[in-house]
Design a binder for this molecule. Structure first.
Ligand code: FAD
Ligand code: SIN
Length: 513
């Protein structure tokens, strides 16, 4: 068995940043299932939220984050995020990420539910690409970091409550190899591909959560999945995010008749929290009998639009839409997983030696709804803490004792469901576990997923492993959403439209292994 001090699964910002810090302490292996830059990170547009302006403070950022999280953020985790954020941004600058500046000062933009402009960006709307390229170049040139691309992690190796390695399928040779380590950092990102309409690239299939659940890790807040309000909807064109920063810079939403409608739904208007804007758009489309609304930047100076949002401008232009003169057709789309592998403030899980980093983790920072551009910051702040923690003894005290549920057997009866395929799964999740949920639709989804789970064949290749993982994490999501009989943050149930104090708690799953 090849042995490393650290094995990191994933090569987005979480995997790369953690690897660059960990290389100071020992040998590092990065396993990644595609090429190094296939990840959500590369697609990040808006930027990174951090309190660095003279008008801002960690306390104000704390308050905005807590408000967005709708009662379920962990205040200590949010304090850590907002207070340690500026130092971590300085690390990124040292690595060479070229944040945009105005007259020598870092440029800051506005996004929904932030009290003031505090979002740093790079290349206008190409923040993620700059981060990914900078960090992957640094990782490639390190002699302490080995990178294995096209290598799919399939199992975590656990013994006596501790992790000792990972099994992976080499997607080129078809061989399976076990790798040994002292610390396993799961940095596999989110699960947006569970839904038919999604801003996420193909890699976002929830693998890390599925593997960790199978290994006995605690999985929390699975019902809280964020839908972004504005993804480009043009016939025959792949879905493409239109950043919230576009509204932050003055873009406004209009319905098919060209009327502004957001103030009819909320006094915060176009810059209300994401969950509210996404639901308002769904309601407006229903009311007007259309399948899209429009984002209008035509009143803004054309030169400013193309310079500030070069990626969006060029993408739309390449598909025949000049956004400086025509409105942008948009719909809500699946975007970000708030829940995941439950960690303490040091990224540790309930399994000794197993850490979770980035979107796959549930650190407690986001609660029921993530504040825009807080995820890249979370990766940096808690990634640093993971590597710091690996210098000392493991401490799983905060997370080991909480009550957790195991997925129960579900009676799938004699009902027939469509046969399992990626398309069938994505449609089921979008229709039944999406922006608007109800007990009846969730029950149907959970039962279909349980039936599919029973019929799964032993996976042999990337698509079959991913599909099996998606069935499992989809079921965790549907079951959690069914249990939470209220509406809160991104989780909305038409049969329980109000929030309830009785539900000011987290739903945690753990398999009895
Ligand atoms: P990722 O970047 O997704 O990386 C996951 C890695 O794990 C990939 O390399 C993948 O191939 C690998 N992997 C997965 N499963 C396996 C497996 N089984 N074996 C081996 N490798 C595996 N957040 C912000 O804060 N600001 C923004 O402006 C912003 N904009 C966004 C725009 C878009 C379009 C999207 C989709 C997200 C955006 N987000 C933004 C969210 C943010 O980009 C992500 O949360 C963040 O990049 C996640 O980083 P990560 O390293 O955890 O995961
Ligand atoms: C965006 O640019 O709108 C995405 C920001 C985020 O997901 O935080």
């Amino acid at each position: 068995m090849r042995e490393y001090d650290y094995i990191i699964v994933g090569s987005g910002i979480a995997g790369l940043y953690d690897a660059l810090l960990a290389q100071e302490l020992g040998s590092v292996l990065i396993l990644t299932k595609g090429s190094i830059d296939e990840c959500n990170t590369k697609h990040a547009q808006g930027g990174i939220a951090v309190a660095i302006s003279s008008l801002d403070s960690p306390e104000l950022h704390f308050r905005d984050t807590m408000a967005a999280g709708a009662g379920l953020c962990d205040p200590e985790a949010v304090h850590i995020l907002t207070e340690e954020g500026a130092d971590r941004i300085a690390d990124l600058v040292k690595f060479g990420v070229p944040f945009d500046t105005v007259e020598g000062e870092i440029a800051l933009t506005m996004e929904a539910a932030h009290s003031i402009p505090r979002i740093l960006h790079a290349g206008g709307d190409a923040t993620g690409e700059h981060i990914e390229v900078t960090l992957s170049n640094a990782a490639r040139s390190s002699r302490s970091i080995t990178i294995l691309e096209h290598c799919l992690a399939t199992d975590m190796l656990v013994r006596d409550g501790g992790v000792y390695g990972v099994a992976a399928l080499d997607l080129r040779s078809g061989s399976v190899e076990e790798f040994g380590c002292r610390f396993l950092i799961v940095a596999t990102g989110g699960m947006g591909r569970l839904f038919k309409i999604s801003t996420n690239p193909d890699i976002a299939t929830g693998d890390g959560i599925a593997l960790a659940y199978e290994a006995g890790a605690e999985i929390a807040d699975m019902e809280f999945f964020q839908f972004h309000p504005t993804a480009l909807r043009l016939p025959g064109v792949p879905l493409f995010l239109i950043s919230e920063a576009v509204r932050g810079e003055g873009g406004v939403l209009r319905n098919a008749s060209g009327e502004r409608f957001m103030l009819n739904y909320t006094p915060e208007g176009d810059l209300a929290p994401r969950d509210i804007v996404a639901r308002s758009i769904v309601a407006e489309m229903k009311k007007t009998g259309t399948d899209r609304v429009y984002l209008d930047v035509t009143p803004l100076p054309a030169r400013i639009v193309s310079a500030r949002f070069p990626q969006i401008y060029r993408f739309c232009q390449a598909h025949g839409l000049d956004i400086t003169s025509s409105m942008i057709p948009v719909v809500p789309a699946a975007h970000y997983m708030m829940g995941g592998i439950r960690t303490n403030y040091w990224g540790e899980t309930n399994i000794a030696g197993l850490f979770a980093s980035g979107e796959v983790a549930c650190t407690g920072v986001h609660g029921a709804n993530r504040l825009a551009s807080n995820s890249l910051l979370e990766v940096l702040v808690f990634g640093k803490r993971i590597v710091e923690r690996s210098k000392g003894e493991a401490d799983t005290a905060r997370i080991a004792e909480r009550g957790a549920f195991a997925l129960k057997e579900r009676d799938t009866g004699t009902r027939s469901f469509p046969s399992l395929s990626l398309t069938a799964l994505q449609s089921l999740l979008w229709d039944n576990v999406g922006i608007m949920r109800s007990g009846e639709r969730l029950e149907e989804a959970a039962t279909a997923l349980a039936a599919w789970e029973k019929d799964l064949k032993t996976p042999t290749d990337r698509p079959s492993y991913e599909l099996a993982n998606m069935v499992l994490v989809g079921r965790l999501m549907a079951e959690a959403a069914l249990m939470r009989e209220e509406s809160r943050g991104a989780h909305f149930r038409s049969d329980f439209p109000a929030s309830s104090d009785a539900w000011l708690r987290h739903i945690v799953f753990r398999k009895t292994v």
